[in-house]
Ligand binder design. Structure first.
Ligand code: GUN
Ligand code: ZN
Length: 434
C-alpha cells in the first residue's frame, strides 16, 4: 500500500564534515512510501499534488528523521547499564564478564535477546552492528529475535581464547566452526548479516586472530568488529602481549583485519600512524561517547580523525554506554568536543549525520538507508514528545533546523520516540499515555 507521511522532516543526505548545507529541513514535509521504499520526498503540498489519491498520515508537529544506526552495542550487556565505579579492565572483571557468563542459561539468553532487540527499536535504532555473546546458543537466540523484529542487524559470535573468564573462552578451532555455522544459518537471511567479532586483542591469541581472517575471507559480505585503543592500561597490556607490534592497530593489521569492512570501537588514544592506517583502509571508528565518559576512558580526538580522513560513526556501547539512544550519544559527543582543548566544533547537522548516515556508510548500507532521499528504504523514526514535557515546549517554539535538532539532542530519548519503521513496516509504536 502507498502512503504519505506528513511531518517536520530532517536528514543529512550529504556529509556536513565535507559540505556546507548538508542538512535538509522541511518544516511541512512529506515522504511517499511505496513498497517499503521512499518514492518521493519534499514539501507536503508538492508530494500530495503529485499523488492526490494516496492516504496521508499527518504526524505534525512530530519530527521525522532517518532511522538511527548504532555501530557498536553489546547484546549481553543490557543488564549492567549503570554499573559504576571502575575503569575498563576492572569493570570487565567485576561486572561485565560474570554478567555475560549468565548467557549459558538458554532461557535467560532468549529473554535477554527479546529485551535487547526491543530496546533498540524503541530508541529509534533501525540498523545496528551488535557485539554478540561468546555463547553460540545465546548468539543464535539473538539472530532469531533480530529476524523476528525486522531490524537490520549485523552481528556475530564474540570470540576469545584467553584473558576473560573460562566460560567465555573457546579455542580457535571451535570458534571457527561455531562462527561458520552461525553465519551459514543467518548471514543474508532477511536483513541479517554476519560480523566476525574477536572481543579485543587482549583476549585473542595469534591463532584466534588468524581464524578471524579466515572467517572474513570465507564469508562473502561479512563485516568485522572489535575494540581498539580504549584505555591506557588496556593499551599497555596489549603492548606486553604482542611485543612485536609497533602499536595496538598493528596487531589487527598483521592479521589482515583492518579493512573497509572493519569497525573499531573507541580509538580514544590513537597514534597518528594508526589514524593514517585506518584512513588508508577506509575502516571506521565507532565513537562511543557516553561509554568513554562513564569508564573514564578519555576524550575522543575527533578533530584528528576528521583531519586525517578516518570515517567516524556513533555507537551506544551499551552496557558501558548509559543507554540505547543515539540522541544521547550525539549530545555526549558534542559535550566531549566542548571539553577537549581544540575539540571539533560540532553543529546539529554533524550530530544527525553521525547518528544516521555515517553509520550507514560504515556498514556499507549507504545506498539503502541513512537518509530520507527517494530510492532509500523507508527506515524512519518519528520523534514526538508527550504533551507537557520540556521537549514538547521547546519543539513548539523552535524555529529552524538547528533549534529543532538542538532540542532533540538535548532532551530527546527513548520516551520521545513515537514510531519507528524499517522498510516501511512499523517495528515500534509507543503506547498512548494512560
Ligand atoms: N573491550 C573489551 N570488551 C569490552 C566491552 O565489553 N566493553 C568495552 N567498552 N570495551 C571492551
Ligand atoms: Zn564495546
Amino acid at each position: 500500500m502507498d502512503w504519505i507521511l506528513r511531518a517536520r522532516l530532517l536528514h543529512t543526505p550529504a556529509n556536513p564534515f565535507e559540505t556546507a548545507g548538508a542538512l535538509q529541513h522541511l518544516e511541512d514535509g512529506a515522504v511517499l512510501v511505496q513498497a517499503g521504499r521512499i518514492a518521493a520526498t519534499g514539501p507536503f503540498a508538492e508530494v500530495q499534488r503529485s499523488h492526490p489519491d494516496v492516504p496521508v498520515a499527518d504526524r505534525r508537529p512530530g519530527v521525522l528523521l532517518p532511522g538511527f544506526v548504532d555501530t557498536h552495542v553489546h547484546f549481553p550487556q543490557l543488564n549492567i547499564i549503570g554499573a559504576m565505579g571502575y575503569p575498563l579492565l576492572e569493570w570487565l572483571q567485576r561486572f561485565t564478564l560474570p554478567a555475560e557468563a549468565r548467557f549459558l542459561n538458554a532461557p535467560y539468553a532468549r529473554r535477554a535477546a527479546r529485551d535487547f532487540v526491543a530496546a533498540l527499536a524503541r530508541n529509534g535504532t533501525t540498523t545496528a552492528l551488535v557485539f554478540g555473546s561468546h555463547i553460540p546458543a545465546a548468539q543464535e537466540a539473538l539472530f532469531a529475535e533480530a529476524a523476528r523484529s525486522g531490524l537490520r542487524i549485523i552481528s556475530g559470535l564474540a570470540l576469545a581464547d584467553q584473558g576473560l573468564l573460562p566460560p567465555l573462552h573457546t579455542t580457535p578451532e571451535q570458534g571457527y566452526r561455531d562462527s561458520l555455522e552461525l553465519a551459514h544459518r543467518w548471514h543474508g537471511q532477511g536483513r541479517i548479516r554476519y560480523a566476525v567479532t574477536p572481543r579485543f586483542a587482549l583476549s585473542a591469541s595469534e591463532g584466534m586472530l588468524a581464524v578471524c581472517r579466515r572467517l572474513l575471507d570465507e564469508i562473502p559480505g561479512s563485516w568485522f568488529q572489535t575494540h581498539l585503543n580504549e584505555n591506557r592500561d588496556e593499551i599497555a597490556a596489549v603492548a606486553r602481549l604482542f611485543p612485536w607490534a609497533s602499536d595496538y592497530l598493528h596487531v589487527y593489521e598483521h592479521h589482515g583485519l583492518v579493512r573497509r569492512e572493519s569497525v573499531f570501537a573507541h580509538n580514544v588514544h590513537p597514534t597518528d600512524r594508526e589514524l593514517d592506517a585506518l584512513a588508508q583502509a577506509r575502516a571506521t571508528v565507532a565513537h562511543c561517547p557516553t561509554s568513554n565518559a562513564f569508564l573514564g576512558s578519555g576524550l575522543f580526538p575527533l578533530r584528528r580523525h576528521v583531519e586525517r580522513g578516518v570515517r567516524v560513526a556513533l555507537g551506544s556501547d551499551v552496557g558501558a554506554g548509559t543507554g540505547f539512544s543515539l540522541l544521547k550519544e550525539g549530545m555526549m559527543a558534542y559535550k566531549t568536543q566542548m571539553l577537549l582543548p581544540g575539540g571539533y566544533p560540532l553543529r546539529p547537522a554533524h550530530l544527525l549525520y553521525l547518528a544516521t548516515k555515517a553509520g550507514a556508510e560504515a556498514l556499507g548500507l549507504a545506498d539503502e538507508v541513512g537518509d530520507l532521499s527517494p530510492g532509500k528504504a523507508a527506515d524512519m523514526v518519528l520523534i514526538a514528545p508527550r504533551p507537557g514535557t520540556t521537549l514538547a515546549v521547546l519543539l513548539d517554539a523552535a524555529e529552524g533546523p538547528d533549534e529543532i535538532l538542538g532540542a532533540l539532542f538535548a532532551l530527546g530519548g527513548e520516551d520521545s520516540v513515537a514510531q519507528v519503521w524499517v522498510a516501511g513496516e512499523t517495528v515500534y509504536e509507543r503506547e498512548a499515555a494512560a
